[in-house]
Design a protein around this ligand. Structure first.
Ligand SMILES: C[S@@+](CC[C@H](N)C(=O)[O-])C[C@H]1O[C@@H](n2cnc3c(N)ncnc32)[C@H](O)[C@@H]1O
Length: 274
């Protein structure tokens, strides 16, 4: 299922407020995801970095820190609302911001030596066009590294939240939700990197099993960020039903000291050779 660009833009613009409200809660986990991704990109001090689908700032803030004062980091996103929220969170980094669809990058050829994208390529109508344009803006020998979620069944929290929302609304999640797992099948994004002309393509899978606290409604941030556009329409009573349903489902993964969650993601990296 491919969604058109305008509906993707509207979807993410509508989510920008929820992402802005909850991003600080989630930034404590940022390094767990960012560091292996930035290592796959080979990011170092002085690099010229293009960050795609930057959302409200991760991993662009970490890239700015690692690239240092001699580097340049440009954060881009299709949704202007996301970049407005990113700007408000910026505590004096040297990030540059540009609204851009990653299928048509507004940059000249060969001007970056790293292109990085965390959890963005799956939402793009034509990922092959995006990867071809990424290759165009990379210098020869430059590297691209992208992070995507693994299969939907391997993500405790996403599966549990969507089941709870569905059981209360009676509606299956919309198509935007399923896009999240578009490259969940191992090897699928790596194959696209190769077709777009990248060489030395690598893919690594990473699994995390965090223990979520028993006494804090930790799921509210991811619920708002993933299904805010649905739960915001519900009555207070139905919202309470969603919370109750989530708590019920969590009992299946309860341990003595918390709820054991499972998440899986892939990092695909490649080099541009002329
Ligand atoms: C799940 S968020 C990821 C944000 C951030 N990179 C992170 O990991 O927290 C997905 C982002 O992709 C952006 N996006 C979707 N389609 C895009 C496109 N064609 N070009 C650029 N950004 C796009 C959305 O606006 C949204 O901010």
């Amino acid at each position: 299922m491919t969604l058109d660009l305008e509906s993707v833009r509207q979807h993410w613009d509508a989510k920008a407020t929820a992402w802005a409200n909850h991003s600080d809660t989630l930034s404590t986990m940022a390094d767990r995801y960012n560091l292996p991704l930035l290592e796959a990109a080979g990011l170092k001090s002085g690099d010229h970095v293009l960050d795609l689908a930057s959302g409200v700032g991760e991993p662009a803030f970490t890239e700015a820190r690692l690239a240092g004062p001699d580097g340049v980091v440009i954060a881009t996103d299709l949704a202007e609302g996301m970049l407005t929220a990113l700007k408000a969170r910026d505590k004096g980094t040297l990030l540059h911001l540009t609204t851009a669809d990653m299928q048509r990058l507004p940059f000249r050829d060969s001007c970056f030596n790293r292109v990085i994208c965390r959890f963005g390529i799956m939402f793009v109508p034509d990922p092959m066009t995006a990867l071809t344009d990424v290759r165009r803006v990379l210098v020869p020998d430059g590297r691209a590294a992208f992070m995507v979620w693994g299969r939907r069944d391997d993500q405790t929290l996403f599966s549990l939240l969507s089941s709870a929302v569905e059981s209360v609304t009676g509606e299956p999640p919309d198509d935007h939700h399923f896009q999240i797992f578009r490259f969940g099948e191992p090897g699928s994004l790596a194959a696209l990197f190769k077709s777009a002309g990248f060489v030395d393509v690598t893919e690594t899978s990473h699994s995390f099993t965090p223990l979520a606290p028993l006494d804090v409604p930790f799921w509210r941030a991811p619920l708002e960020m993933t299904f805010g556009h649905v739960v915001d329409q519900l009555s207070a009573q139905d919202r309470q039903k969603v919370d109750d349903d989530i708590l019920n489902r969590l009992q299946a993964v309860r341990e003595a000291k918390g709820y054991r969650l499972h998440a899986n993601l892939h990092i695909v990296a490649g080099r541009h050779s002329m």
